[in-house]
Unconditional design. Sequence first.
Lengths: 437, 437
Amino acid sequence: MTRLKKFGVAVLGFGTVGAGVVETLQKNGDLLAERLGVRLVLRGVADLDLTTDRGVTVDPELLTTDAAALIERDDVDVVVELIGGTGVARQFTLQALKAGKPVVTANKKLLAEYGEELHRVAEEHQTEIHFEAAVGGGIPIIKSLREGLCGNRIQSMYGILNGTCNYILTRMEDENLPFDEVLDAAQKAGYAEAEPSLDIDGLDTAHKAAVLASLAYGCTVPLEKVQVAGIRGLSAVDIAYAADMGYRIKLLAILQSGDHGVEVSVQPTLLHHSHQLAAVSGVYNAVLVEGDIVGTTLYYGRGAGREATASAVVGDLADTALNLQAGGRRRDLSLVKEKAPVVFRDPGDIVSRHYLRVSMRNASGMMARLATVLGDHEIGIDSIMQKEAPLDAAYVPVIIVTGPASERAMADALATIAGIDGLIDQAPVMYRIEDFN
Amino acid sequence: MTRLKKFGVAVLGFGTVGAGVVETLQKNGDLLAERLGVRLVLRGVADLDLTTDRGVTVDPELLTTDAAALIERDDVDVVVELIGGTGVARQFTLQALKAGKPVVTANKKLLAEYGEELHRVAEEHQTEIHFEAAVGGGIPIIKSLREGLCGNRIQSMYGILNGTCNYILTRMEDENLPFDEVLDAAQKAGYAEAEPSLDIDGLDTAHKAAVLASLAYGCTVPLEKVQVAGIRGLSAVDIAYAADMGYRIKLLAILQSGDHGVEVSVQPTLLHHSHQLAAVSGVYNAVLVEGDIVGTTLYYGRGAGREATASAVVGDLADTALNLQAGGRRRDLSLVKEKAPVVFRDPGDIVSRHYLRVSMRNASGMMARLATVLGDHEIGIDSIMQKEAPLDAAYVPVIIVTGPASERAMADALATIAGIDGLIDQAPVMYRIEDFN
């Protein structure tokens, strides 16, 4: 066997994913060398905590607490940033890029908040930043979008991008359990963080949606342009009512590009149970991509975890190694240059069908008043469900599936309903229904 | 705007996909130039028939009947082979590779039968052959396998790879129609060829399975090592019985790698209706990939057609252009060198559950004899379904779902059953059940 060229890898952050990357290089290093014609060699692992057992054996000489020094070593060709957050992660990423070394990262928050800066610095120093692991875990969605589908104008994307939320929603539906109980179980099983807000309030999904949007639309998407609602406090009764009508509720990232601008949003959304995305359960992720040439494509896999994320990082390392071997950058990995500023659609203009649960006074004429308000706002009714309630119940739940209506019309109608004395006794619950036109 | 480097494209074959590629370059050429920093310029389209309307407007000066001369032109950097078959398609592909020009092809038959030769010639002339469009239409499955998942040992793949067959099976199930009627309708709708055997007898799927297997296992897979059964004559009653028991029948390519060697097979297979692949309907394709690091991933999209296939071809053109711009080949696109010859598993050793429909004599003691034979061959019974039949029926259908059993044990048992005088009046129908362990 001929001597293979070696390609030095520095891993920053020896947590779950860092250990997974080290383990993958150990386990499949020979296979990779055979496939790539280049050998990926681990030069060092930097972390402040070098004592915790990571479930993987590493030569102690490879461990260091000095990430900055590791980055600068001559035999380090690429830096893997797995620290997370936007503090030292950003600092070390910039240091590596400024040293002309490519960076592979799984850090969606860093990309969503500082992507423009990172891409600019990479460009200035003629190097690259790869981030397959930042969205969809092991699913090669970034590569598919940027390379495989590069001949397409991306019209829309729909993503289930947070495994924790999908696990919670799946268990709530399957076992008819309340949100708090499932969150508690998920935390105990290690599927949810002790501080779960990044996941359940939709921010993690928003970070990932912003990364996908930047690739689809060729623009930087400021996080404040992403409409975000999470699943905290989602009621089991809404999951059950939705199921009765043939729908599942998923935390869905929606990216749509149309004549009136671009939409990037994250919210609990009803999907018809027969749709491919409705079948994505547990900790799995999936992204549906609609391109103007290819039509509908879908990508599915584990959205997080030690191994799946490591698979994506190693895929990026392979690309980086081959690019360096070929003399440098190959594909301009920065965002597509903005021709004209992207226009974000006014959220109030977004039109969809809606699921509406109203706690309505149990008295004659009430349903007519409700229907009249919707009609006055030109909101059609596709179906109504009112289950029998005790005769003496003061208020009863009414489930309405509306026809297509703008967010603005819905908000106006709900305000009118709230203003009618005694018609409802609590704020209505409203979710979007996605029909994938 | 700076002058972009131009990259000359020759298209051989002006059929459905050829026209789609030309149209995509016209429609999204500016977008591609922006994304790639290279402009793809159509230099010529070669076909013997230049008069048929292709639904796309091309400068007549670009049309030629002389493919060989087009390939040699100095301003042609890449050759797109969309002729099909293994005659002139092979000849022109070899000519281009020998001229050191990369080839992009959608020709699975050529790859399955001559892949080794093509890769060797490409290697000798330091150029590349790309074939994303050969499997799964617009789905970037080749790129995902070879690049995104390159850190993984591929343990198994399951593919619905032929849109015509899946369309037929979907309509048979949805509308409870016989095979011949749906095939006829598919031919009239343009979803099936006038001569449909390549599709319905499973050969097209086998070609694609061989291409996938060569990537997964790093070996050439001779077509004679692929076990092939198609859907011709599949009975509507088996689709209905399978549905009764919660299964759908799909023409499935199965690739599995285990201790006892490698399996590559194509056959009608029962999948539980809740499985993601069972939800793939109509002309759509999907591939499920299990890697040792990433776990289960799935890729879904249109498996054929003008636009979807063009999307894959253009993705390959982009890669080729960027590689050439970077000075030549980047990734060794040839197959992984064989370390040791791959061992193909003896088909008789393959173990799975089976669906069995037996036309059994309607007399007492018959079921016991049937069950005894299965038991004698150590074939367990997971379920039996015998519907009520007219009292005077001489033979009645019995549906058996077996426990896990080898193909050999099943064949032996069926031979024994056939040898028992009067027990059955026609050959049993048997299909594999895939449980995706």
